[in-house]
Ligand binder design. Structure first.
Ligand code: IMP
Ligand code: MG
Length: 176
């Protein structure tokens, strides 16, 4: 049987480290948005695991939505173009919106997604990312909630893929 972890060189962030940090971020968001009924938007599909854990660690009334935009089609290099594959199902007017992303790398994806969301005139729009690779940034993006800053390595697991595989690893690992 082929093992899911056979090409993982090392664990960068363990399941426990991720759980603890997600709890901290959820607690912070709950404090910041207690009366605001925020709309938490999941950028599919990398983020579906982080997103589902995060919203369960955010014990206030809130609503969820999903969208899919991607700047990566396969492999480990960004294509530099962004496609909106699944649009949001609701309007952001008069909403406090938190966009939840798996990993902020060059910023190509968010630099295209953010203006499109701002056009809908939300009251506020904040960015929450589990991982940030600041050394790779090509577009300036201000992050409001960040799980971990990581070096310039390609990581997989906890929702992140390499050619669509490894999303179901419970930790974040570096490939060989
Ligand atoms: P950006 O548009 O360059 O910021 O790239 C963001 C997207 O690239 C993320 O949502 C991921 O899908 C993908 N990505 C960037 N770095 C990694 C990585 O280390 N592992 C897996 N996917 C990555
Ligand atoms: Mg991806």
């Amino acid at each position: 049987m082929k093992r899911l972890d056979e090409n993982i060189a090392k664990i960068l962030l363990s399941q426990k480290q991720i759980q603890e940090r997600v709890h901290e971020i959820g607690t912070q968001i709950a404090a910041d948005y207690a009366e605001k009924n925020p709309l938490m938007v999941c950028l599919l599909k990398g983020f579906c695991l982080f997103f589902s854990d995060l919203v369960r660690e955010t014990p206030i009334p809130l609503e969820l939505d999903f969208m899919r935009a991607s700047s990566y089609h396969d492999g480990t290099q960004t294509s530099g173009t962004v496609q909106f594959e699944i649009p949001l199902s609701r309007n952001l007017v008069n909403r406090h919106v938190i966009l939840v992303e798996d990993i902020l790398d060059t910023g190509t994806t968010l630099s295209a997604v953010l203006p499109a969301l701002q056009q809908q005139k939300p009251i506020s729009l904040r960015i929450c990312t589990l991982l940030d690779k600041p050394s790779r940034r090509r577009f300036p993006i201000a992050v409001d909630y960040c799980g971990f800053e990581i070096p310039d390595v390609f990581v997989v697991g906890y929702g992140l893929d390499y050619n669509e595989t490894y999303r179901n690893l419970p930790y974040i690992g570096v490939m060989q």
